[in-house]
Ligand binder design. Sequence first.
Ligand SMILES: [Ca+2]
Length: 329
Amino acid sequence: MKTAESQVPDAHFSVDKQNISLWPRDPPPKSDPSLVLRKPLILRVALICLSLVVVTFIVLQAILYPWLMGTISDIKTDAQLLKGRVDNVSTLGSKVEKNSGDVQAAGLQIQMVDASLDRVNSQILTLKTSMEKATAQIHNLTTNWEAVGHLNSQIPELKRDLDKASALNVKVRELQSNLETISKSLKRQNDILQMVSQDWKHFRGNFYYFSHTPKTWYSAQQFCVSRSSHLTSVTSEGEQEFLYKTASGFPYWIGLTKAGSEGNWYWVDETPFNKDRSVRFWIPGEPNNMGNNEHCVNIKLPSLLSWNDASCDNKFLFICKRPYVHSEP
Ligand SMILES: [Ca+2]
């Protein structure tokens, strides 16, 4: 082998030398018969090796093809599975988007529910406060009810006391009425005493003033008017008796006159004059209208028959009469 390899560079060297014309050509090399025989062997070996390689390849292909096909099939299956999963993922994505909208809507509803819950909580607090107040009021009512029950137990006793109070009230009213009567009586007594202290005399509800100074009939009437009275009238035997006894036989002007009238007697205090009932009070023979000038009357004698007509200008003592009028305290 080394020989062949060493000859090859020489050939190349010879070629290079042929290109260079300055150098003489070498004689052609002698061919080696063993080397010629070795070339087909190498080819055979190479072919055998190639065949082995091909066979091996085919064998391997026959062995590996099913496996590869199985692997490919598995890959396809996996790819289909992946595709299915991708589809599922896409479907899930759309569902997620849809669910996202639903979640947002649910979020809004949750917010609304939260707001409603806040309001409900506020109402619950208000109700709780109201409940506490109501509880306090119920407690107060219970307490008051117990007090009412206690008072109810006292009602019979109170009723007895009330009956007693009613009876006492009746007695009090009676006493009050009596007190008022006594008060009026006292007031009357006081008025009488006051009038008596002023020289007035009291008789059957009237006051009488017996003057100490003689006056004409007109002046006497004016004096009486100035004392809220008039010259006295006489309407009963009792009054007549009271007057003539008090006069003690002295002549006193009374309020009977016909002055200013057409001969008719009348009482100056406007008491109606009863001519028939008054006949019994005249002195027999009176009134005689002596000198046609006797127009006023006086009590002249200490008797029921005591009246005499006289001249109004004469001056006599006189009697004023004032009805008793109860004055309010
Ligand atoms: Ca006379």
